[in-house]
Design a binder for this molecule. Structure first.
Ligand SMILES: Nc1ncnc2c1ncn2[C@@H]1O[C@H](COP(=O)(O)OP(=O)(O)OP(=O)(O)O)[C@@H](O)[C@H]1O
Length: 266
């Protein structure tokens, strides 16, 4: 059995007890891999990342992080674990009144007792990794959307996380910035020996940089999982519809409705 860094073991979860978002799902995310979590809107991709980060707790089942059960109620344990996680969440805001440098230094100042000269070396190294060492002195209000994403990336790897979770890292980026960000995700994973989870609607970009992909459907049902090649060549109509972006297939374009003739009283 391959070495799972994250294990989702028969997890059920709903924000509201009457509506399950994830229902008895089991998944393993292997160490050192980039895994893409794909699926239509609202099928629970972000929720899965939130469960792994302990931001919400499973109703039943277990989430294991490096062999340890994530317990959303144990604040001390969560703090320890989160130091080993980098989370780049949707709309993960940078501090607009701080410089690029101070944004990346923030987690180091907050979570470590490192001296300022050491923090300086780390910040410059992280900014160098995302190609923005030269932008250290700029204010966030002076940088473009693509640069802001890379700064957030530098900040999320400041503490050398063992797990990096990305939620919609490509949203709102132009094609060039998207390519740069995608390459960085892959490069950072490999250079740091981290494990990466990537939630995105951009199937093509995800397939390019991931080692493995999981496709979810509403209710958190796992439709398919495998290497990008396996998913792209799948004959399952649901998988094909999703990875090829076909407008109609097992997932219908039309929300269920009465026949149109009936609607107009014909
Ligand atoms: N804090 C919350 N409280 C209540 N319901 C929520 C909360 N966050 C998300 N939901 C609901 O849970 C479901 C799954 O949301 P989630 O954000 O995990 O889906 P997703 O697959 O990441 O969607 P998207 O691709 O649109 O970001 C949605 O129906 C959403 O409305």
């Amino acid at each position: 059995m391959p070495d799972a860094f994250i294990e989702i073991d028969h997890v059920t979860f709903g924000y509201d007890p009457s509506r399950k978002i994830l229902s008895d799902i089991s998944l393993r995310f292997e160490r050192g891999r980039v895994t893409a979590i794909l699926g239509g809107s609202g099928c629970g991709k972000t929720t899965l990342l939130r469960l792994i980060g302990g931001l919400v707790g499973a109703t039943s089942g277990r989430v294991l992080f490096d062999g340890q059960v994530v317990n959303a109620r144990d604040k001390e344990q969560l703090l320890q674990m989160r130091r080993r996680m980098g989370m780049l969440f949707q709309f993960g805001a940078l501090f607009t009144d701080l410089s690029v440098y101070d944004n990346v230094a923030f987690p180091l100042r907050e979570h470590t007792n490192l001296s300022e000269p050491l923090i300086r070396d780390i910040v410059l190294m992280k900014l160098h990794a995302v190609g923005l060492r030269g932008a250290a002195k700029l204010k966030i209000s002076e940088v473009s959307g693509g640069m802001a994403r890379r700064i957030a990336l530098a900040r999320s790897i400041a503490l050398d996380p063992a797990l990096i979770m990305y939620d919609e890292p490509f949203a709102g980026l132009d094609l060039v910035s998207m390519g740069v960000t995608a390459n960085l995700i892959r490069k950072l994973n490999d250079a740091t020996g981290a494990t990466s989870l990537l939630v995105s609607h951009d199937v093509a970009k995800c397939m390019e940089i991931s080692d493995y992909a999981v496709l979810l459907a509403p209710g958190g049902r796992i439709v398919a999982q495998g290497t990008p090649d396996e998913l792209m060549s799948s004959r399952d109509p649901e998988v094909r519809q999703f990875v090829r972006g076909e407008p109609d297939g097992p997932v219908k374009f039309h929300y269920p409705a009465r026949p149109i003739a009936e609607e107009y009283g014909a």
